[in-house]
Design a protein. Structure first.
Length: 262
């Protein structure tokens, strides 16, 4: 059986193509929106807090280094505000921020997890050295005047300064990596939104042009046969009129045939 591409099939094919493009645009839009939603949550819940907490840790280490230097250089009693602040920092402030970073670092990649574990190991040893090698020996006013105590404290204190440089270096690298990760995800989101914007524009343009083409084709497909039929009927009308005029409206078979337009 020969397939006939009728008017109905032509119109149906045109509208089917428009519906298909609309569905594709809807699916792509949904996927892009969902993907960007996940990336936004990743930036808000992971990268931004990670950078914030790492910077807070760096600030805490900076402050602790200043306080331990004052403890070493400035002679004083065991109950000065600076010494109490350093004790609080080591006993509560640092463990709190460490716990927060450990929780959020569960979503980091393996390399960053290893880096933060190494940093915490160095910081733990650093603070332990502060307590054992500096804070405890220099706990009283007279201990600053004891050359032996001062000599025993000097080497660990200087080593702690070198260790601090290593900690700062690795911590800065880790902060930069987290900031870079946030930047990469943000760029991907921007690219996705740009793609979505262009997709909506092009699909809209295609649908408008397709609608115009389908409308034009539909009108042409319906009107053309009607015009042809009209011309045929007009020709028949003219022929019948001539027949009526010449033969009193009777055909050879004896039947009356009146014009179609009367």
């Amino acid at each position: 059986m020969k397939f006939r591409f009728t008017i109905g099939r032509k119109i149906g094919s045109g509208f089917s193509a428009m519906i298909f493009l609309t569905i594709i645009a809807f699916i792509l839009t949904t996927r892009i929106v969902d993907d960007n939603k996940n990336k936004t949550e990743q930036v808000i819940q992971q990268f931004t807090p990670s950078v914030r907490l790492l910077k807070e840790l760096k600030s805490l280490l900076d402050r602790s280094e200043n306080l331990i230097s004052k403890w070493y250089y400035v002679q004083g009693s065991d109950d000065t505000p600076e010494k109490n602040e350093l004790r609080k920092m080591i006993r509560s402030d640092y463990p709190d921020i460490k716990t927060e970073i450990q929780d959020i670092s569960k979503n980091w990649n393996a390399e960053d997890k290893n880096s933060i574990r190494m940093l915490f190991s160095l910081i733990d040893k650093q603070f332990l050295s502060y307590q054992v090698d500096v804070m405890s020996p220099l706990s009283a006013w007279k201990s600053y005047e004891d050359p032996t105590v001062k000599f025993m404290v000097t080497l660990p204190f200087e080593e702690s300064l070198e260790t601090s440089k290593v900690i700062y270096e690795h911590l800065s690298i880790l902060v930069e990596k987290q900031q870079k990760n946030a930047g990469i995800v943000s760029d991907e989101m921007l690219h996705s939104f740009t793609f979505l914007q262009n997709l909506v524009k092009w699909v809209g343009l295609v649908l408008v042009l397709g609608g115009i083409i389908i409308a034009t084709f539909t009108v042409k497909s319906i009107v053309s046969p009607i015009l042809k039929l009209k011309n045929i009927l007009q020709s028949m009308d003219a022929a019948l009129y001539l027949t009526r005029k010449s033969g009193n409206g009777m055909t050879r078979s004896g039947k009356c045939r009146w014009p179609l337009n009367t």
